[in-house]
Every structure is written in structure tokens, then in C-alpha cells.
Design a protein around this ligand. Structure first.
Ligand SMILES: Cc1cc2nc3c(=O)[nH]c(=O)nc-3n(C[C@H](O)[C@H](O)[C@H](O)COP(=O)(O)OP(=O)(O)OC[C@H]3O[C@@H](n4cnc5c(N)ncnc54)[C@H](O)[C@@H]3O)c2cc1C
Length: 472
């Protein structure tokens, strides 16, 4: 019998497990995919938003600002790539100047630190590649960029290290109330638990309706992107937004924490919440819209297009409430959910404590994590490491300089990578210009060898994404 069972291991489920794992609780995390962070968490803009967008007084505003403040220290402790690069919302007209003033006032009231409005001269000095038509900007120095899947993985790994049990490829099909607890039925087995926490992203409405009458509606909304090579990654230093509209924060241009440039997203409501296809028409729209911000981007250096699906809902706020006794919905976690996630984790702990869950701190709780990234080491550190383990001297991914030792570590981590993309998310092999064209087959070999599996079993990504079918 578990004390708490979390459905879904995106960044919100991971942050919730992380926050709860510091207490003496038996925790289960169920994830339907073959890895953590396979939903919205792996396909978003990767911005740690400062917190001037959400309406004053909302839970979203509170958790956004708190999450933004937590990010730097959390990323330091858990060794997650993060940079506090600041963000700019640009104005191109007198009307938009008024929007900047409104966002500024809202940001101050939400508690966003160090906000200021920049005039044209300072703006263009800070970002010389900006379109000359940009006339003013709202500057938020507390905003940042992060590696979103690393953020979720780091919190999930730390929870697992501290005793939480993660069940991958375990899809919740039904939830039933017993006399004393919940019984959660999955494709693998059933779980008994005192509390259920619904962190199922775009599927959170379905999970809620397994135990209660419909209370909210999830409206999946797709956003498409260009990811450009590092040759474009220095075109700007800060994240560049245009003024928000009723469909959201709009198309941004931003460096990524890995040194690339990201451009997007659009916002189109869709029926099929698993549809992450990209289309020429919407990508053309993204590109055209981004031209207002910057004309110098060379889209021939695009290394990937991708799409993510937001869990928008019929509410203006995050939906965090007890949908049933001892059943907590953490639903409709749309943007800025990545930013807010660690604060959502803290908030869930408070809600459970107020509901009577007894929380006793663990004495042997580990709250740190270290990842070896060979290319970040000094020459002498590299030499020492290679002397101890020569596999750190064999470069497999030449674009990103990732060694065999790092891939082996990804295959044996607290949440081992099972797929080629799982390796990519853990150590960057395949993230570069060739997108795994050269190192992909070597990664298959290493995973098969290290995990004692047939090469044909190694998938690229989700279920069904076979690379090798049979031997010839
Ligand atoms: C285009 C786009 C841009 C965004 N940009 C930003 C940004 O820059 N900054 C920011 O702060 N936020 C951003 N967001 C929002 C952010 O990505 C999300 O709020 C966040 O990732 C939500 O995390 P989650 O864990 O709730 O959902 P998810 O990551 O979708 O995780 C839900 C998990 O539940 C699992 N699941 C579902 N059903 C079941 C089931 N029946 N059984 C078991 N498991 C199940 C899924 O497989 C999934 O892994 C953006 C989102 C999108 C789509």
C-alpha cells in the first residue's frame, strides 16, 4: 500500500515526487511512456518565465514567481543546465507601449524583481541584432533558460534515489475507491494507495473523470518550432518576446541553454492531444511572425522542427484542487508550468499536509546530483577521468563531443535511458548538427551491449519507433 501515487511523470509529476520524497512516505509514480518527460515537458520553449504574464492574484502568478526564484538554486544542486539570461518583451507601436506598461504594473504586483522598461537606445545596445523597428521593451532580468527534460529527469532521479518507485510503461486505465483507499488499475498491475495525485498533463481531464464528474475541460493547443544550429545561437543573449495576445505569449526568439537558437511557437487548438506533427504552413507562419523581431536568422541552419501540446483548459488558472476525497488534481498546467513546477511540488506537499497526511522528514535525504559532462572538464580533469575509465576518452557524438563513458552512464543511471532519444536527453549525444546521423548506430550498439538487449529491441523514441527490424 502506497501513501501517495502520482499519475504522470512530466516536470509536474517529477517535481511533486521530488518534494514528497524528502518525507518518510511510500511513493509510486506511474508513467505510461518508456521514459520521464515525454509529454509537454520535452517540447516547449524552455523558458523560466519571470512572472509578469499571469493575472494578479491567481495561483499561476504566485507559483510562476516562486518557481522562477527557485530555479537557479535547484539547477545548481541537481546539476541541470540553466542560465539566467533575462527576457525582453518588445514593443513596435504606441499601442504596444501601453501593453508594456500594463505588464510592468502586473509584474510589480506579482512580485517580479528588477523589472524595468528600456528605451530604444539601451535596448538596441543590449541586443544589436534586433529589428530596428523595436522601439521599447520590458526587461525582466530574473527570467532564464533551462534544459526542460533535464529539469524533470533531475527531480525524478532524486526522488528515485530517495526511495520513490517509478513505474514506466505503466498506463492508468481505471481508478476505483475501496473501503479505505484507492485502487489504481494499469496495463501491468493494480496499485493500492491512500492518495492519488493527477499530474497527467493533457490527459488530466480523463484521469479526473475516472473518479468524479467532469469539472474542467482540457483544450490541447499545439505549438511548432524551429531549432537552429549553434551558428545562430549568438544572435541574441536574452529571450525576445513580442507583446502577448489572447492566444498566449506569442512567437519568441531565444538562445537555448545548449547554445542553439529556438524560434516559435504558434498556438493552434487541436483534437488529438498526442498530435506533435509539424506542418509547412504553420512553420511558415512562425517564421514570418519572428521576422518582426529579427530578420537576420538564417533558417537554412535549422537542425530540427518539433511541436509540443499545451494543456490549456477552460479555466484561466492552474487547476489544483481535491477533485475527490484524497484525490488531488494538478491539471491544466499550461505555460508557465515548466517554471512553476518546483513551486507546484511544494504547494502539493502543503495541501496534503493540511489534509492530514503526516509528514516526517527523512534523516538520510540526498538533495544533490552530479552529471559528468566531459566537454565541460578542464584538460587535467579529463586526463584523470580517462585514466580511471578509458571509455571517457572515446568520443562517440562528434557534434556535441559526447563520450562512450557518458552514454554508458546514461544507460545505468537511477532512471536508465532505454532508447536512443533517452540517451540524447541525458547526455546530448545526437543533439548536434547531424542530429544523430553519425552517432545513432553507435548509441544502439552501446545500449544493447550495456543493457544486454537485442539491437532490434532498441527504439528511437516512443513505442513502435523501431530502428532495426531484423538481421539480413
Ligand atoms: C509549445 C509549448 C511551449 C511552452 N513553453 C513553456 C515555457 O517556455 N516555459 C514554461 O514555464 N512552460 C512552458 N510550457 C508549459 C510546460 O511545458 C508545461 O506546463 C509542463 O511541461 C507541464 O508538465 P506536466 O508534467 O503537467 O505535463 P506533461 O509533461 O505532459 O506530463 C504528463 C505526463 O503524464 C503521462 N500520462 C498521461 N496519462 C497517463 C496515464 N493514463 N497513465 C500514466 N501516465 C500518464 C504522460 O505520458 C506525460 O508524461 C510550454 C508548453 C508548450 C506545449
Amino acid at each position: 500500500m502506497y501513501d501517495v501515487l502520482i499519475v504522470g511523470c512530466g516536470v509536474v509529476g517529477a517535481a511533486t515526487a521530488y518534494a514528497l520524497s524528502r518525507y518518510q512516505l511510500k511513493i509510486a509514480v506511474l508513467e505510461k511512456e518508456n521514459d520521464v518527460a515525454m509529454g509537454a515537458t520535452r517540447a516547449n520553449s524552455a523558458i523560466i518565465h519571470a512572472g509578469f504574464d499571469p493575472e494578479e492574484g491567481t495561483l499561476m502568478a504566485k507559483l510562476n514567481v516562486r518557481g522562477c526564484l527557485m530555479a537557479e538554486e535547484l539547477c545548481r544542486k541537481l546539476d541541470v543546465p540553466y542560465r539566467k539570461n533575462g527576457s525582453l518583451v518588445l514593443s513596435f507601436s504606441e499601442d504596444e507601449d501601453k501593453t508594456l506598461e500594463k505588464l510592468y504594473r502586473r509584474g510589480i504586483s506579482n512580485g517580479v524583481p528588477d523589472l524595468r522598461i528600456l528605451e530604444s537606445e539601451e535596448l538596441h545596445e543590449l541586443e544589436p541584432n534586433l529589428s530596428p523597428t523595436a522601439r521599447r521593451a520590458l526587461y525582466a532580468p530574473s527570467a532564464g533558460i533551462v534544459s526542460p527534460w533535464d529539469y524533470a529527469l533531475a527531480m525524478a532521479e532524486t526522488a528515485v534515489r530517495n526511495g520513490a518507485e517509478l513505474f514506466l510503461e505503466t498506463e492508468v486505465h481505471a481508478i476505483e475507491k475501496t473501503e479505505t483507499a484507492w485502487r489504481v488499475h494499469t496495463n501491468r498491475k493494480s496499485f493500492e494507495t491512500a492518495y492519488v495525485i493527477n499530474c497527467a498533463g493533457v490527459h488530466s481531464g480523463q484521469i479526473h473523470e475516472m473518479v468524479a464528474a467532469p469539472a474542467f475541460r482540457i483544450i490541447p493547443c499545439k505549438g511548432q518550432y524551429f531549432l537552429l544550429d549553434k551558428s545562430e545561437g549568438t544572435l541574441c543573449t536574452r529571450t525576445l518576446f513580442q507583446c502577448p495576445s489572447k492566444v498566449g505569449k506569442g512567437v519568441l526568439v531565444s538562445p537555448t541553454v545548449h547554445g542553439n537558437l529556438i524560434v516559435g511557437p504558434d498556438a493552434v487548438d487541436i483534437e488529438n492531444c498526442e498530435d506533435t506533427s509539424t506542418t509547412a504552413a504553420q512553420l511558415a507562419f512562425v517564421r514570418k511572425t519572428a521576422e518582426k523581431t529579427m530578420t537576420k536568422i538564417n533558417y537554412r541552419n535549422t537542425i530540427r522542427n518539433f511541436a509540443g501540446v499545451r494543456s490549456n483548459s477552460d479555466r484561466k488558472d492552474f487547476i489544483i484542487f481535491f477533485g475527490e476525497e484524497k484525490f488531488l488534481d494538478v491539471a491544466g498546467i499550461k505555460s508557465p508550468g515548466l517554471t512553476a513546477a518546483p513551486a507546484i511540488g511544494e504547494y502539493v506537499v502543503k495541501l496534503l499536509e493540511n489534509d492530514g497526511l503526516v509528514l516526517r522528514k527523512k534523516e538520510d535525504y540526498t538533495d544533490s546530483r552530479k552529471v559528468i559532462r566531459v566537454k565541460e572538464l578542464s584538460s587535467s580533469e579529463k586526463n584523470d577521468l580517462i585514466k580511471k575509465d578509458p571509455s571517457y576518452g572515446r568520443v562517440v557524438c562528434r557534434c556535441e563531443t559526447v563520450t562512450e563513458g557518458e552514454i554508458v552512464a546514461a544507460a545505468h543511471g537511477p532512471i536508465p535511458a532505454k532508447t536512443v532519444d533517452g540517451v540524447k536527453r541525458r547526455c546530448n549525444a545526437g543533439m548536434g548538427r547531424c542530429q544523430g546521423g553519425f552517432c545513432g548506430p553507435r548509441v544502439v550498439d552501446i545500449l544493447a551491449r550495456e543493457q544486454n538487449r537485442q539491437k532490434e529491441e532498441i527504439l528511437k523514441d516512443k513505442e513502435g519507433s523501431f530502428i532495426l527490424l531484423s538481421k539480413l
